[in-house]
Design a protein around this ligand. Structure first.
Ligand SMILES: Nc1ncnc2c1ncn2[C@@H]1O[C@H](COP(=O)(O)OP(=O)(O)OP(=O)(O)O)[C@@H](O)[C@H]1O
Ligand code: SF4
Ligand SMILES: [Mg+2]
Length: 330
């Protein structure tokens, strides 16, 4: 397994109290595989990714438990210099906002080239040539000229391509893309997502794709992990989830996507708000919002039940009533 996160816990100690942002997350991604991570704002998707990458805002953030096994080694036990060597070269991250991730006072050619100078010891001239190649690879028109431009001279979509090029430069084994297309226009979103998916297949990278956009997930992901209040509440092969979710929260997310075949139908919205992470409800954290909640849901935390899937691969749901949930849908 390329990456295996086991029982990860992250807290933020703030003036107002301790926010339990990640509460026992486990997930795995293999080479050539795409894992989509879904969930409402504040569910802990980015914090989990930051802990995996070793870029958690700390303090106030603190990893209080778990393991992050990358190619078999627990990254959480490595020294910072060892960690830094892996980051960038063997795992890379793509963020939502390229303008703040790129350096505004360096040309994109200098920034791309620097990766090769620093990590591969190339000459400036060779590094420049590689930068142009990479810009071609992510289909930036007239790359040989544009390599001298600064980030602000590119459109949002082109900047996002440059960030993808930066992430790919050293041919990492794993890429984490945190809402890579959220800030773009809808038409450009699809182009950037297609490019990312194509490169992922070509380089056989593991990809963790954090997204709000359930529409893209069906096309590009192999597996889905749904997060709620810092936990994975359902994890399964993508086809199983679309066919019949085994958790009421996943069902709520799916029912809230507009569908072409049901135009005019009232869109479902999950009622209520995600919980305050300083006071997560006892029992199932989703119980105050769940249409299927029973008494047991208010007292007993649901474990991850194994659900029999149709497509092979592990399938789990943290719902006491996953059978009923599946039955309702199919
Ligand atoms: N720097 C920080 N200081 C304090 N608390 C933080 C910090 N970063 C994150 N948190 C806490 O962790 C929670 C989870 O944040 P996270 O960024 O992982 O959410 P997310 O699922 O990525 O949401 P979004 O979809 O909005 O990006 C937040 O709601 C907040 O309580
Ligand atoms: S355990 Fe209960 S409250 Fe939680 S999702 Fe299942 S039915 Fe709903
Ligand atoms: Mg986020």
């Amino acid at each position: 397994m390329l990456l295996e996160v086991r029982d990860l816990h992250v807290e933020f100690r703030t003036r107002d109290g301790i926010a339990k942002a990640v509460n026992g997350v486990s997930y795995a991604v293999d080479a050539g595989e795409t894992l989509a991570v879904l969930g409402e704002s504040g569910s802990g998707k980015s914090v989990t990714a930051q802990a995996v990458m070793g870029i958690l805002d700390s303090p106030p953030g603190r990893i209080t438990g778990g393991e992050v096994l990358f190619q078999g080694r627990d990254l959480l036990t490595l020294r910072e210099d060892e960690r830094r060597r892996i980051r960038g070269a063997r795992m890379a991250m793509i963020f939502q906002d390229a303008l703040s991730a790129l350096n505004p006072v360096l040309t994109v050619g200098a920034q791309l080239g620097e990766m090769f100078v620093v990590h591969r010891g190339m000459s400036a001239k060779d590094a420049r040539a590689r930068a142009v190649e990479l810009m071609d690879r992510v289909r930036i028109p007239a790359a040989a000229q544009r390599v001298r431009d600064y980030p602000h001279q590119f459109s949002g979509g082109m900047r996002q391509r440059i960030m993808i090029a930066m992430a790919l430069a050293l041919e990492p084994a794993l890429i984490i893309a945190d809402e890579p297309t959220t800030a773009l226009d809808v038409t450009v979103q699809a182009q950037v997502m297609d490019l990312l998916a194509e490169l992922q297949r070509e380089y056989r990278m593991g990809l963790i794709l954090i997204t709000h956009d359930l529409g893209v997930v069906a096309d590009v992901a192999d597996r889905i992990a749904v997060m709620y209040a810092g936990r994975i509440v359902e994890s399964a092969p993508v086809h199983d989830i679309y066919k019949a979710p085994a958790h009421p929260y996943t069902r709520g997310l799916l029912d809230s996507i507009p569908r072409l075949d049901q135009k005019g139908r009232q869109l479902y919205a999950i009622k209520g708000l995600p919980p305050n992470l300083m006071a997560i409800p006892p029992g199932c954290a989703f119980n105050p919002r769940c249409p299927m909640a029973q008494d047991v849901c208010r007292t007993d935390v649901p474990p991850l039940y194994e659900v029999a899937g149709d497509h092979g691969g592990e399938r789990v749901s943290a719902c006491h009533f996953w059978r009923e949930c599946l039955r309702d849908r199919s």
